[in-house]
Structure formats: C-alpha cells, structure tokens
Design a protein around this ligand. Structure first.
Ligand code: OSB
Ligand code: MG
Length: 396
C-alpha cells in the first residue's frame, strides 16, 4: 500500500480550513436554479448494473451577493447505482432542501450539509446544493475551490475506469490506449463470469500496471472463493464486490482475501467510513462528493480515512467538466495518495461544458486550476442548448 501523508499534512489541512472559516462574511442564498442537461457520451459505459449511453444530470446554480456558483448533481436517470434519480433529486431540492437553505445565514459552506440533516438520505440532491454554495463562496472570495477546501495547487494524478467491453481483445486494446495516454492506474469493471479470466488476460499483458477491479455489488458472500481467485494478480484493490448497502459481509470477505477491499456505494457519510474501516469491511475508500452529501461529507470521509491510515481516492460519475473539476479540487487534500477515476473530458464527451476542457498530461497528471471557483469557464451557450428543463426559486 502507498505511504500516507503524516500528521503534519493533516494538521496543515485543519489550519487552512480554520483560517478560511474565520475570515468570511455570512452569506444568504438569494436564488437557486436547476437545469436538466443531456449530453451524449462518446462511448456507452457499461458496468454490472447496466449501460449508459447518454449523460443526463441536474446542474444546480446558487446566487448570493451578486455571485453565482454551480454544481453538478451525480444522480442518473435510473436508480441502479444508488437509489436517487434526477427526478427524486429535483423533487427533494424543490420541495425540501432549497426551502430549508433560504433562511440560513451561512458562516462557512461546511454548515450547509448539517443544516439539511432533517432530510434523511438524498445525498446526491444535498451535495448538488451544498457544492454550489461552496462554488459561490469561492467565487465571492475570489479564490479557487481548493483553497476553501483546505487543499493545495499544482497537479493531481489521473487514473481511469474502463467499462465492460465487447470481449477480452477489446478490453486489452482499451487498457493499452489508456496506459499509452499516461494514466497511472487502471480500473476495470467486472461481473460474475467476466472476472478472473479477464483480469488474468490484463495482468499477463501488463505485469506491473497498478490495476484494480470494480464489481458494483454484483457478488454475494457465496462467491468468496471465486473472488479469492483474484488474489494472485496483485490488484491494488477490489471495489464494492458485495451489497450496495452492506458492510458486514464485506468485513467477512475481507478476512478471506489478501487483496484490500475498497468501498464505494456503501459509504454515504464520514460516519459510514469510520464504521466500515473500524469493522474491517474495507482498507481503502472511494469517495464521491455527490454520494456523501457534498464537500463537507467528502472532507469527513477523508479525515476518517487519514485518522485510520487508510488511503482514500476520488471516484467519478461520468461527470461533465463542471463536476469533474470539483473532483480535481477535492483531490488536492493530503489523504488522496492514490490516483482516482478522474480522467480527461475527451474520454467522455465530444464537447464538454467547460473551457478549457479537463486534459491529462503525458505524465498522467491534471493541472489544478488557480482561477476562482471551479476555475474553468462554463460554456453557457452549450449548456442552454443541452437544457430541456429550467426551474428558478427565489428567497421568499
Ligand atoms: O462505480 O465507480 C463506479 C461510473 C458511474 C457510476 C459508478 C461508477 C462509475 C465509474 C466511472 O466507475 C467513473 C468515471 O470515469 O467517472
Ligand atoms: Mg465503483
């Protein structure tokens, strides 16, 4: 396992966050807008739960003090990854979260998620609103998002997630192309019947590649022997093999595997991360801001992992550049010692919504923006063309 940053790094994070929260003026939200955006994916993305050919998501915009910030909701059209959908997110935002947010006098964006706690679950809807407040805050202060998060400038390491392919040859071609493009680690989707053989083929061709697999909850504990068959390929980890809401069976499985387990779906808060790590359900955590209620949830997961010496890395949800850049800023925190699933815009979209698009260097890195907020311009004419629903709510 990679080395983690020591206590000094963790202390630096805390100081940066504390000094920023002390500096700010309170903020009240004047207006919230939601757009539903549809973007064609360049290639369909297939996992054990299904196939996505078009990306459809809510774009949430928050206005305060004459500044507007934006965030992408990671809910999908279907509830096959986690229970939320675009329609549930729209309902919960319109009828509950936005009305709860209007009266808030926000001293720091980290106060938003706790203020929404009366609504149980609906982490993706909460995250979209909370992240838009963070972006508005950063823009108002004239600083890049990473400063508000307590991160750092520079660059992050890029990794790549490869969906299920037509056959083994197609998968090997894809891995080859991504390694040639510079990506520092490759994640491959698996499902029952397309696991050990497929990993054996990739490993035979790329003996030293940092390689991992993601099952998106396609197995049960009855498959433990089969999953133990993956131990001989020195994978960096196996992501979410068992139930989407399970940690108990994962703990039992981890006891039978040499390969570290990583949880994705099962971790929906910092508390979930603490419980899973303390139970031994995983040794690594994939954090997605949208899955844990927003940046404050992601910071809580990060801190729980750092405190326990467990690596944390940033997952992805096939985001447009708006959500992708939010992930870039998050990954500048010291606990992110592993490349995540943040790859170039061009892998997903012919035309992204940000200018410049997110690009990966030949060395497999992504530059961290220095401009305010997410740090790249949003291409509004493109957004408007891709929008088929637009609602605006004003503070009463
Ligand atoms: O399980 O990490 C996952 C995409 C959609 C839903 C769930 C997952 C994924 C990915 C792709 O693995 C991550 C990305 O490239 O954005
Ligand atoms: Mg996953």
């Amino acid at each position: 396992m990679p080395q983690l940053h020591g206590p000094a790094a963790a202390r630096g994070t805390g100081e940066a966050r504390a000094s920023l929260s002390a500096a700010g003026r309170e903020m009240r939200i004047d207006r919230v807008e939601v757009r539903r955006v549809t973007l064609p994916l360049r290639h369909p993305f297939e996992t054990s739960v299904g196939r996505t050919a078009t990306k459809r998501f809510l774009l949430v915009s928050v206005s305060a003090d004459g500044v507007t910030g934006h965030a992408e909701c990671v809910a999908d059209t279907d509830p096959f990854y986690l229970p939320e959908t675009n329609d549930t997110a729209l309902h919960v935002l319109r009828d509950f979260l936005v009305p709860m947010a209007f009266p808030l006098e926000i001293g720091h964006p980290r106060e938003v998620l706790p203020a929404l706690a009366r609504v149980r679950g609906h982490e993706m809807a909460k995250a979209a609103l909370e992240m838009a407040v963070f972006e508005t805050w950063a823009r108002r202060e004239g600083v890049p998002l990473w400063r508000v998060l307590g991160g750092r400038g520079g660059e992050i390491q890029a990794g790549v997630s490869i969906g299920l392919q037509e056959d083994e040859a197609a998968l090997l071609d894809r891995v080859e192309a991504e390694v040639a493009a510079g990506y520092r680690r490759v994640k491959v989707k698996i499902k029952p019947g397309r696991d050990v053989g497929l990993v054996a083929a990739v490993r035979a061709r790329f003996p030293r590649l940092p390689l991992m697999v993601d099952a998106n909850s396609a197995y049960t504990l009855a498959d433990a022997d089969r999953l133990a068959g993956l131990d001989r390929f020195s994978l960096t980890m196996i992501e979410q093999p068992l139930g989407w809401d399970d940690i108990v069976d994962h703990a039992a499985l981890q006891r039978r595997l040499a390969t570290p387990l990583c949880l994705d779906e099962s971790i929906r808060s910092g508390e979930d991360a603490r419980r899973a790590l303390d139970l031994g359900a995983c040794r690594v955590v994939n954090v997605k801001v949208g899955r844990v209620g927003g940046f404050s949830g992601a910071l809580a997961v990060h801190d729980a992992c750092v405190a326990r010496g467990a690596p944390v890395w940033c997952g992805g949800m096939l985001e447009s550049g708006i959500g992708r850049l939010a992930n870039v800023h998050l990954q500048t925190l010291p606990g992110f010692t592993l490349p995540g699933d943040t790859s170039a815009s061009a892998r997903y979209f012919e035309e992204d919504l940000v200018d410049p698009p997110v690009v990966v260097s030949p060395a497999g890195t992504i530059a961290v923006p220095e401009a305010p907020g997410i740090g790249h311009a949003i291409l509004w004419p493109r957004v408007e063309r891709a929008t088929d629903l637009h609602e605006t709510w004003k503070r009463p």
